[in-house]
Design a protein around this ligand. Structure first.
Ligand code: CP
Ligand code: NVA
Length: 321
């Protein structure tokens, strides 16, 4: 984990499988300590700036609360309030911000904006979701699977729905941890070829398999967990009507859940739209762990913040805990 110091998290491939495992171990410890009332503030005096070009509930709140719990501060930067909104370049903004603050969390549209920011700063940049990736979500997803099912390696996870940012990061995360991921998307909504390539390369090292199934019921067979996400992501509002039609056969409902193992869990990054991508029966039912999954954003990101913004020896000490 010590090697994470000074790194960025633009996509989950920025971290090695070993680093991801260490982050999950640290998240587990931090969650337990927090529940026990132990105070741990290695980020005292550190400031994280947050830029949100899209709405957010979980990412915004969990990062702010996480920084406060770790003793640090958060600064919300609205584009309208800073000179970037009047045309100051991302490059210049990045160079200036890195003279004051210790890390930047950014949620935006184009993944390249995040890459540009990272290229021009010496401080860690954390991707809080772009059109292509959502790595912080994947960390929380892995933590949740580990809590619910034990060892990640060898688990079968089925993802049914849109080949979007959440799936892309889940592919990286599954491949890095030895999870067998079965994907089912409607034609035309498959994940990006580059992510297939990266995930398959990682999978070769960990024994994971990433497979595609045109039929969602085949993907769900014998799964330990079923995952879905919204059919129209932020920025795709205009495509919504067409998407609702194209995705109708890919709804996660009880019939689909029944193809999975009897003790299978249901995952969704939230926000969810009941009776579209998932029925209320499943989302609010006994197999759903979506609110624990949402809580785990906090614990996984605290581990990430300690790893990226914390001092080397502090991280090592925590890992000996
Ligand atoms: N899952 C997730 O990222 O939620 P928010 O959009 O509310 O941050
Ligand atoms: N795929 C969704 C995830 C929201 C957390 C979106 O990008 O809107």
């Amino acid at each position: 984990l010590t090697s994470c110091e000074g790194k960025d998290l633009l996509t989950l491939t920025d971290f090695s499988p070993e680093e991801i495992t260490s982050l999950l171990d640290l998240a587990y410890v931090l969650k337990k300590d927090h529940k026990n009332g132990t105070t741990y503030q290695p980020l005292a005096g550190k400031t994280l700036a947050m830029i949100f070009d899209k709405p957010s509930t979980r990412t915004r709140v969990s990062f702010e609360v996480g920084m406060v719990q770790l003793g640090g501060h958060v600064m919300n930067l609205n584009r309208q309030d800073i000179q970037m909104g009047r045309g100051e370049t991302v490059e210049d903004t990045a160079k200036v911000l890195s003279r004051y603050i210790d890390g930047i969390l950014i949620r935006t549209f184009d993944h390249q904006t995040v890459e540009t920011l990272a290229k021009h700063t010496s401080i860690p940049i954390i991707n809080g979701l772009t059109d292509h990736y959502h790595p912080c979500q994947a960390l929380a997803d892995l933590l949740t699977l580990q809590e619910e099912k034990g060892n990640l390696s060898g688990l079968k996870l089925a993802y049914i729905g849109d080949g979007n940012n959440v799936l892309h990061s889940l592919m990286h995360g599954a491949a890095a941890t030895g999870i067998h991921l079965a994907i089912s998307t409607p034609p035309g909504y498959e994940p990006l070829p580059i992510v297939w390539k990266e995930a398959n390369e990682l999978a070769k090292k960990t024994g994971s398999t990433i497979t595609f199934h045109p039929n969602p019921y085949t993907a769900a067979e014998n799964a330990d967990a079923i995952y879905t996400d919204v059919w129209a992501s932020m920025g795709q509002e205009k495509e919504k009507e067409k998407r609702l039609q194209d995705f109708m056969d890919y709804q996660v409902n009880q019939a689909l859940m029944d193809k999975a193992k009897t003790d299978a869990i249901f995952l969704h990054c939230l926000p969810a739209y009941r009776e579209w991508e998932v029925t209320a029966e499943v989302l609010d039912g006994p197999q759903s762990v979506v609110f624990n999954q949402a809580e785990n954003r906090l614990h996984a990101q605290k581990a990430l913040l300690v790893a990226l913004l914390g001092e080397r020896q502090v991280v090592s000490k925590e890992m000996d805990h």
